[in-house]
Design a binder for this molecule. Structure first.
Ligand code: HEC
Length: 324
């Protein structure tokens, strides 16, 4: 048998280096590559279970490698034996011999020691400490349209050119194409709008009917925005059971629950939607709310319209602000 001249790396160090490389790959390289691939500003997390499986597989492979021959096994033990004999310095050995059992003791103790901490304080769902009082008396302008809003709406309906939120433009254009350019308001097929359209055709518009139709139109936009932005978490049925809801420790709010939307004034709901989880003070922890900060992506008008739809879908009415 010809002995290879290549300097062989000792199996002990081969094991240490391999474990190091695998850990480095899973902990740093995969997240870094995932950032490159997704282009997101944060890495995708590698689940702990995956790390565990990789490490177990690595250790099994290394065990096979080390125990493959007596020669390998002996070589593996050699640096350990030399270390214990004190070949690398007696002090270094003594320190390690003391520290390793201490670390293991501490680790086992920490794991097994019953934790007698008092329960974490109850989470305050509706913290009031940083809720700006200026929001308290805000009214939803789209639930109570002003005279001028109603007049403008009637004008727009007459000319057939009703303005909608930009998110709906593409869908409404498509709808017009498919409905031989029918009046866009007939896309909202509800009682008040049908009555209003009949009035428009007669040329004799009842102001109250126009007002109700305008609220219907605002609701229509609000529902569409809800479906686009909130449904994934708060659900079709606004019961906090959207497809993403299970992913959060602090579940998205169930708006049909009596303890939620009905207990707060509209202005508070607006503030919550505007500032989301990041706007909450520390009383609202220990679990952080995943609720996004909607002022970053929706205009004030759009936020109010969603809130209108939200109360409507949940069949709730906002709490009335207390007068002083
Ligand atoms: C990523 C998931 C997610 C999305 C998307 C989301 N929410 Fe939330 N929402 C939450 C979570 C989580 C909470 C917090 C639960 C808590 O504070 O107890 C919450 C709370 C709320 C609350 C507070 C209710 C209360 O009683 O204080 C309102 C209002 C609300 N969301 C409205 C909306 C609206 C409107 C949208 C869409 C524009 C939306 N949410 C989109 C997750 C989400």
């Amino acid at each position: 048998m010809s002995e290879s001249k290549r300097p062989k790396i000792n199996p002990f160090w081969a094991v240490v280096i391999t474990v190091g490389i695998i850990l480095f790959l899973v902990e740093w390289i995969i997240p870094a590559v995932s950032r490159q691939v997704t282009g997101l500003p944060f890495p995708l997390t590698v689940p702990r279970a995956l790390l565990f499986i990789y490490m177990v597989l690595t250790l099994v492979a290394l065990f096979l490698f080390v125990t493959f021959s007596d020669e390998n096994l002996n070589a593996f033990w050699r640096p350990i034996r030399r270390f214990l004999r004190g070949d690398f310095g007696k002090n270094a050995r003594n320190v390690v011999v003391v520290i390793v059992p201490l670390l293991v003791t501490w680790w086992v103790f920490d794991m097994k020691m019953p934790k007698l901490e008092p329960p974490i304080s109850l989470r305050i769902q509706h913290p009031s400490s940083n809720f700006p009082k200026s929001f308290e008396d805000l009214k939803n302008p789209y639930a109570e349209p002003s005279e001028t809003d109603v007049e403008t709406f009637i004008e727009e309906a007459r000319s057939g050119d009703v303005s909608f939120i930009p998110q709906l433009t593409a869908d409404l254009d498509l709808w017009r194409d498919m409905n031989s350019d029918a009046h866009v308001l007939t896309a909202i097929n509800t009682g008040p709008v049908r009555e209003f359209m009949a009035d428009i055709e007669d040329g004799n518009v009842d102001h109250e009917i126009a007002r109700l139709a305008l609220i219907e139109k605002n609701l229509f936009e609000g529902r569409a925005l809800y479906a686009m932005n909130c449904r994934a978490c708060h659900g079709d049925s606004v019961a906090g059971d959207g497809p993403m809801a299970d992913g959060f420790k602090l579940r998205p709010i169930n708006f049909t629950d009596n303890g939620t939307l009905e207990t707060i004034v509209e202005g508070y709901t607006f503030w919550r939607v505007t500032n989301g989880g990041p706007g909450l003070p520390t009383e609202a922890t220990p679990w952080d709310s995943a609720m996004p900060e909607w002022k970053l992506s929706l205009s004030e008008e759009q936020r109010w319209k969603i809130i209108l739809a939200e109360y409507d879908l949940a069949q709730k009415t906002p709490r009335i602000p207390e007068s002083e």
